[in-house]
Design a protein around this ligand. Structure first.
Ligand code: NAD
Ligand code: UFG
Length: 338
């Protein structure tokens, strides 16, 4: 069975392509390489020994989508393509809505024309806004996210919801990721931010490799055990497996299904720094600076629904997340451009 993976050259997409190949699926990646490199696909082929069809193009290109669905008999679409920098989304909201919401709608329209109705969407824990309960279960109401990026994820979920009401035979999943980190254990693929990273773990690893001088810890006055923000970090390989398990579920069940993909454990920024230092043997100097606008104190998943319905649970611990991050970073100090 052939799966169309949009954004498959990116961080989570490339790891999921590997998991799909491992599970016996064939894959075609559609990616405009806006935030990724063709080299990631070559590395996936190197690890798997399988061939990955690749088309460089944009999910907003209706003619291209029409051609792809005419040329290939896709059984499902996994939709990773999108922009993800929260700060940039505040400055350029139209660009984010066009890419993330517009791109998703074009894709769903092309699927409908082709009669392909199985769809897995990369959503985010950000759709819970400032959550009313902790840990956050899927029953927790969504809330207006504090930035256009988060809002774009919630808007696509709402589009999926309405589509599922109008056409109940669609088989769809919104996977709400918590904080993906880590890399494939080969050290060949990983997260490769083209700019100064926004996220904690890529930032820490660039400090450890000597590319950045020190980490800024955004606030130590939160209501958490050590005052720094607590998040649910999940190994990207566990996350990738969650996509395969969700796809298998959808092969049997119609409707829109929502699953949190997290570990259920929260770690603070300072715990992450300490764990990285142990795994890498490198010092990670840091300074405490004021809070970052829009950040919440604590966010971690109740992941029972995915465990019960998919038989999925995250297996890799914090040390594996950090060891694998460091192996990728130290083997590829300049990422795919090295
Ligand atoms: P990424 O930037 O590494 O991957 C996204 C990929 O999509 C890139 O390869 C990029 O070139 C491609 N792309 C972007 N716009 C496109 C377009 N219009 N047409 C075709 N390709 C396009 O990001 P990632 O971390 O792998 O994230 C994958 C998905 O998961 C995104 O939708 C993101 O919003 C979502 N997500 C990520 C996180 C996270 O912390 N990394 C958390 C929650 C949700
Ligand atoms: N942090 C720092 N210094 C940094 C970067 C982050 O102290 O340089 C702290 C943050 O304040 C937060 C924690 O590290 O407490 C994690 O921050 P990230 O930016 O790595 O992750 P977030 O939880 O803020 O955001 C992530 C994704 C978003 C997604 C959100 C909710 O990046 O795309 O989770 O799911 F919307």
């Amino acid at each position: 069975m052939m799966i169309l993976v949009t954004g498959g050259a990116g961080y989570i997409g490339s790891h999921t392509v590997l998991a799909l190949l491992d599970a016996g699926y064939q894959v075609l990646v559609l990616d405009n390489l806006a935030n990724s490199s063709r080299e990631a696909i070559h590395r996936v082929e190197q690890i798997s020994g399988a061939e990955v069809a690749f088309v460089e193009g944009d999910v907003r290109d209706r003619a291209l989508l029409g051609q792809l669905f005419a040329d290939y008999d896709f059984s499902a679409v996994m939709h990773f393509a999108g922009l993800k920098a929260v700060g940039e989304s505040v400055e350029k909201p139209l660009m984010y809505f066009d890419n993330n919401v517009g791109g998703s709608i074009h894709l769903l329209e092309a699927m409908k024309v082709a009669g392909v109705k199985r769809f897995v969407f990369s959503s985010s824990a950000t759709v819970y806004g400032e959550p009313a309960e902790m840990p956050i279960s899927e029953r927790c109401p969504t809330a207006r996210p504090t930035n256009p990026y988060g809002l774009s994820k919630l808007m696509v979920e709402q589009v999926m919801q309405e589509l599922s009401v109008a056409e109940p035979d669609w088989q769809m999943a919104a996977l709400r990721y918590f904080n993906p980190v880590g890399a494939h254990e080969s050290g060949l693929i990983g997260e490769d931010p083209s700019d100064i990273p926004n996220n904690l773990v890529p930032y820490i690893s660039k400090v450890a490799i000597g590319e950045l001088v020190q980490l800024s810890v955004f606030g130590d006055d939160y209501n958490t055990p050590d005052g720094t923000g607590v998040r649910d970090y999940i190994h990207v390989l566990d996350l990738a497996q969650g996509h395969v398990d969700a796809l298998r579920y959808l092969e049997k069940e119609a409707g829109l299904h929502v699953w949190n993909l997290g570990t259920g454990n929260g770690y603070s920024v300072l715990e992450m720094v300490a764990a990285f230092e142990v795994a890498s043997g490198q010092a990670v100097p840091y300074q405490i600076v004021p809070r970052r606008a829009g950040d919440i104190a604590t966010c971690y998943a109740d992941s029972h629904k995915a465990a019960t319905e998919l038989g999925w649970r995250a297996e890799r611990d914090l040390n594996a997340m950090m060891t694998d991050t460091w192996r990728w970073q130290s083997n590829n100090p300049k990422g795919y451009r090295g």
